[in-house]
Each structure stands twice: as structure tokens, then as C-alpha cells.
Design a protein around this ligand. Sequence first.
Ligand SMILES: Nc1ncnc2c1ncn2[C@@H]1O[C@H](COP(=O)(O)OP(=O)(O)OP(=O)(O)O)[C@@H](O)[C@H]1O
Length: 306
Amino acid sequence: MQPDISVRNLSKVYAGGFQALKNINLDIQRGEIFALLGPNGAGKTTLISIICGIVNLSSGTVLASGHDIVRDYRAARSAIGLVPQELNTDAFETVWDAVSFSRGLFGKPANPAHIEKVLKDLSLWDKRNSRIMSLSGGMKRRVMIAKALSHEPRILFLDEPTAGVDVELRRDMWEMVRGLRANGVTIILTTHYIEEAEEMADRIGVIRQGEIILVEGKDQLMAKLGKKELRLLLQQPLESLPGELAAEPIELSEDGFELVYTFDSQQQQAGVARLLRQLGEMGIEYRDLQTRESSLEEIFVGLVHE
Ligand SMILES: Nc1ncnc2c1ncn2[C@@H]1O[C@H](COP(=O)(O)OP(=O)(O)OP(=O)(O)O)[C@@H](O)[C@H]1O
């Protein structure tokens, strides 16, 4: 199957000579939720802006829904909806007018039934006659999404969709994005909330200093790079780590009451069983045991600081 977005050997050098993207290659499949993660200044917005035709590329090619974004700009652009970071809409307009007008910008004929569906899907129908300035921050954000969906794009870019919104609205937005995906929309989001990528994404791309350093299914990424930790609370404190355990990835807490064993998620239980048996043989007793998995955040921090 042809990917919805195909980026080949893409580079971007800004006018001042700064190279913001270095030879990016990336395919995004139809109907997936792809999260692009990277520290500030890594090139996320530059990449999105090039695909959406807002910034010119320096070299390479990008196809959106099979259309070359330079040679076939109009067709490529009309396949894409973009929800930018900042709210950019006329505050005096009504919700209905703002969303209908956006559709017109793409040269699409009026389709009130589609606009109605979008507004209903985003729980904006009751507000259709309200002026945008009278809406809450969360509602305004929904209007931005409605505008981006007004021309029936099959690809939706969300640049930091939940920056600065409260936890409840963030969860609502996640539900909404999943609903869009269920309707066949391909979704690419950038986020600083790693929890968001962990919750939503099918695949994750990590960008650092203009280079894509990793693209992986979320579950595979967590399994491959994640670590597990086993903490044992001891009945009696140990003065030092026994020599028999010195070769293991194990540490003793300062007060001597806790042993912390760290292992790869993939290595799984074999090591734990062996360790517990070994402790039994050494007469070390524990009164409690806890395990913890590393979060995507820890994996991410490890990746970008390598
Ligand atoms: N118009 C421009 N001219 C020159 N340099 C630019 C321009 N726009 C962006 N840059 C530089 O390109 C790099 C990438 O910026 P970009 O906005 O793509 O990063 P980002 O990953 O989206 O960051 P953030 O997470 O902070 O939004 C930065 O170093 C930035 O200073």
C-alpha cells in the first residue's frame, strides 16, 4: 500500500545558512497515529510546515496522498488539514462561518451537511452561532480542529494539540483524535507531553538536531528500550552488597534496606526468578517486592541525550 506521506532525502537550510533538517526519510501509513517527538528546536515544526507547503524545502521530495507537494501543490495541500499551535481565527466570526469559510479556501463547494457533521463530532454544534471570542480556550481549540477538517482532508497534522489545556480537556481531545482515526483520517501529532504519545501513538518518530534518529512502533519501542526495575524491601538491612551479587545489575540503597535490580523488559522473568532463588539460598529475606516499568519519557530522555 502506498503511504499517505512519503518523505525522501529531505533537507532544509534556512536563509541564514542554518540547517534545520538533514536528509529526512519517513513514510506514514494510512490511518495511523504517528507522534513526532523531539526537544525544542529539533525541527518538528519545520518538517510539518514543509509537508503543509508553508515553508519551502531545500532538497528532497515529499508526497502527500501521492501528490508531490511542490509540483502538485494544490492537490497535496487539499489532502491535508493543519491544526497549528496558535489560534489563528477571526474572533468576531461565528463558529459556523469560520468553519465554512475554511472549506471555501480550498476551492471546495459548500457542503453544509459535512460542516454539520464536523461540528457535531467535535461537540460544537450547540455553539455554531456563537462568536469565537465568546468560547472557552478548549472550545476555541476544537474550532481550530473543525476548520482543519472542513475540506475533508485525509491527513491531519496536530502541532502540540494539547499544549496548555487542562487534563480533562486533554483526555477529551485524545478521544476525539481516536474517533477521527476510526473514520480513516491519518494523524500526525507533535507533542511535548510524552504521556500523550504513550497514550495515543501507534508509531513514534524521534527527531534530534534535524535528524530522525528513530522510528518505531510504540509497543516495540517500549519493549526494546524499556527497562524494568524490581525493588526488594529487606527484613534486615545489609551492610554492603554481597559479593555473590556483585556481577548483577543490582544496587543496595544507602540505608541497606532495599535492593534494586534493573533488567531489560525483553529479558523478562528468567533473571528475576534466578535472583529470588539466589537470595533465598543466601538467607536474605524480604518483606515486600515491587516492580516498575520505565515510561516512554525515560526512554525518550535517554535517546535525545545520548
Ligand atoms: N525562519 C527561520 N530562519 C532560521 N532558522 C529557523 C527558522 N525557523 C526555525 N529555525 C531554526 O530551525 C530549528 C528548528 O526549528 P523548529 O521550529 O522546526 O523546531 P521544533 O522542533 O518545532 O521546536 P519546538 O519544539 O520548540 O517548537 C531551530 O534551531 C530554529 O531556530
